[in-house]
Design a protein around this ligand. Structure first.
Ligand SMILES: Nc1ncnc2c1ncn2[C@@H]1O[C@H](COP(=O)(O)OP(=O)(O)OP(=O)(O)O)[C@@H](O)[C@H]1O
Length: 266
């Protein structure tokens, strides 16, 4: 059973878990997110887009790692680009970056507990919360193994465990399935569905099939803008027999990308 986090005891007075209006975010000097509008509630949202589209930059802004350069960004009711309470928003956030740092000599349990402590979880709740997070990602038998002894896929799962340890209301996962074997990818889809019952989950990936299988909502970005938001069937409906791809969803993705690159013309 899911425990209640501190963020959840605060009254929810917002319509959207994530609300971006004309959001602009810089990556270095480059305006990588350039006038993006987005609204998300609970559910699994799959974030697609070509290399360099701005997915990681968007994730970093939603995780409050990067401050917006323009527009408005509200997370869990807090205006994180302006005068909102950043700490309160962060308590309700979970984030798996594409690359994450860790002390190689830490065990998985120590790593997850340390991240829980950084998230300012009450001390007495940390061991139990870490244990549950480790179980949910299927790492129970490796809980006391050192991080440096894990395979790439196991490391990714440890990263997911730290992201979910505080039962976040908004969970941001940047390419979480990289390195997972097929069985783990199926288990991960189950976990996503489970998490999304009472949280807003955003998953970036290049695997269009994962999005179709696991996501209730598909988002597509190109050149820093949202060019599509809809369900998987709508994505598929955009594809035609002449579009590139090995599956209906990949053909839908190709068609939408072509349309975006042509300035909205199919
Ligand atoms: N530190 C930086 N300095 C300058 N430009 C950057 C920096 N980081 C990213 N960019 C540029 O910003 C744009 C968006 O990058 P971002 O990493 O957000 O894309 P992405 O959609 O996540 O790509 P990928 O699918 O390859 O991970 C790209 O054109 C990239 O070259």
């Amino acid at each position: 059973m899911r425990t209640i986090s501190a963020a959840e005891t605060a009254p929810a007075t917002y319509a959207w878990s994530v609300h971006a209006e004309q959001l602009k975010v810089k990556a270095g000097r480059h305006l990588a997110v350039d006038g993006l509008d987005l609204r998300m509630q609970n559910g699994v949202h799959g974030l697609l887009g070509p290399n360099g589209a701005g997915k990681t930059t968007l994730m970093r802004a939603l995780a409050t790692v990067l401050r917006p350069a323009g527009g408005k960004l509200t997370i869990l009711g807090q205006d994180v680009g302006g005068r909102g309470n950043l700490r309160q928003a962060r308590r309700g956030l979970g984030y798996l970056p594409q690359e994450f740092g860790f002390y190689p000599r830490f065990t998985v349990r120590e790593f997850v507990e340390y991240m829980a402590w950084l998230k300012e979880m009450p001390k007495h709740t940390i061991p139990g919360a870490a244990q549950r997070a480790i179980e949910r990602v299927g790492l129970t038998t490796r809980a006391d193994a050192r991080m440096k002894t894990l395979s790439g896929g196991m490391l990714r799962r440890a990263g997911i465990a730290q992201a979910i340890v505080n039962n976040p209301l908004v969970l941001l996962l940047d390419e979480p399935t990289v390195g997972l074997d097929p069985e783990q990818r199926l288990d991960f889809r189950e976990l996503l569905r489970d998490l999304a019952v009472d949280s807003c989950v955003l998953v970036s990936t290049h695997l269009v099939e994962d999005v179709v299988a696991a996501c209730t909502d598909v988002l597509m970005v190109n050149e820093g803008r949202l060019v599509f938001q809809g369900d998987a069937n709508t994505l598929i409906d955009h594809g035609g027999p002449n579009d590139a791809g090995d599956s209906p969803a990949e053909r839908g993705y190709s068609a939408l990308l072509r349309r975006a690159r042509n300035g909205g013309v199919a």
